[in-house]
Design a protein around this ligand. Structure first.
Ligand SMILES: NC(=O)c1ccc[n+]([C@@H]2O[C@H](COP(=O)([O-])OP(=O)(O)OC[C@H]3O[C@@H](n4cnc5c(N)ncnc54)[C@H](O)[C@@H]3O)[C@@H](O)[C@H]2O)c1
Length: 290
């Protein structure tokens, strides 16, 4: 199989995921343009930090500065390179916002550009209806943190063309990551399974069956999961999990109805590691569980 590096990549949204996606493509050798509507310095700083971490782990062949010279952060979608081989949208999980930026991007790029979204749960088919050519549109579901995770879930809708799937499978392989190709369906394969386990773990906790550490240890040692479902929910963010659970409950049924404990914790602001409190207390400076 060829492992083709896209020469030019654009990433829309330079947040947690977008910065990571920009970092891995720049490390591969692509010229990367990040379109960030908010704080561009913060987006740039996230990429610098990610590259420094990669360098400290000995994972960069070049210096962070050399990789950074291939990255520019701009404010406006109009500045997206028309010759981009790939555009990955990574703005917040909001259908209207994503549809807006994807439609705007399609107007700027050439016919050869693949348009991808990093949504973790929204329908690829529904997002694609705003495009003149939905056959070039696909889901590229990266995981957090992008540089360290080895999977990209590729999501094809009925409208996605074979050439689009083939190109994206190739790009993922070039990144040194594994891909799975799944059909467009609420929560795809990964979020649906991850959220199901996370919600049931919260119910086990709420029912008083076991404490948080015991529940996580059960899955880590008993089922060889790399991380237990409650700790994992703390890292993802309880608010993010709640939003996905509500979406899955409305599309797949009541089995995804969020437990009251999850709602209560989110309304108290206990949204996980980023807030210093989720199912565990977290040190926000070191980002370690206390
Ligand atoms: N965080 C995760 O663990 C994770 C994992 C997989 C997928 N995702 C998905 O990735 C997407 C992004 O998530 P995130 O965690 O990086 O969010 P984030 O809030 O960290 O980043 C979003 C960025 O987009 C920017 N933005 C907002 N509107 C914009 C616009 N119109 N044009 C350009 N930039 C704009 C924001 O300023 C922000 O920097 C979401 O769809 C999310 O569901 C997240």
């Amino acid at each position: 199989m060829t492992r083709q590096t896209p020469d030019t990549v654009a990433v829309i949204g330079g947040g947690r995921m977008g910065a990571g996606i920009a970092q891995v493509f720049a490390t591969l050798g692509s010229e990367v343009t990040v379109i960030e509507a908010g704080d561009r310095d913060a987006a740039h700083a996230r990429i610098v930090k990610g590259l420094d971490v990669a360098a400290a782990k000995g994972k960069l062949a070049a210096t962070p500065g050399q990789v950074l010279s291939q990255v520019q952060v701009v404010a406006d979608i109009a500045d997206l390179p028309a010759d981009s081989a790939l555009v990955v949208e990574a703005v917040p999980e909001d259908v209207a916002l994503k549809a807006d930026v994807l439609a705007a991007a399609e107007k700027v790029v050439g016919a050869q550009t693949v348009l991808a979204t990093n949504t973790s749960s929204l329908s690829i088919g529904e997002l694609g209806v705003v495009l003149a050519d939905p056959s070039r549109f696909i889901g590229m579901h990266f995981f957090n943190p992008v540089p360290a995770s080895s999977l990209v879930e590729i999501v094809r809708s009925e409208a996605t063309g074979e050439a689009t799937v083939a190109a994206v499978v190739d790009y993922v392989a070039a990144l040194g990551k594994q891909s799975i190709v799944v059909q467009d369906s609420p929560g795809f394969a990964t979020s649906r399974l991850g959220v199901a386990l996370g919600l049931e773990a919260i119910r086990v906790l709420a029912d008083g069956v076991a404490d948080a550490e015991s529940i996580d240890r059960a899955m880590e040692l008993g089922y060889r999961h790399a991380m237990g479902p409650l700790r994992s929910t703390d890292l993802v963010g309880l608010d993010v999990r709640l939003a996905i659970a509500e979406h899955l409950a409305s599309t797949l049924g009541a089995r995804f109805e969020p437990p009251q404990l999850l709602r209560d914790k989110v309304s108290r602001g206990e949204t996980g590691r980023k807030a210093g409190q989720g199912f565990y207390p977290w040190d926000t400076a070191t980002k370690e569980a206390r």
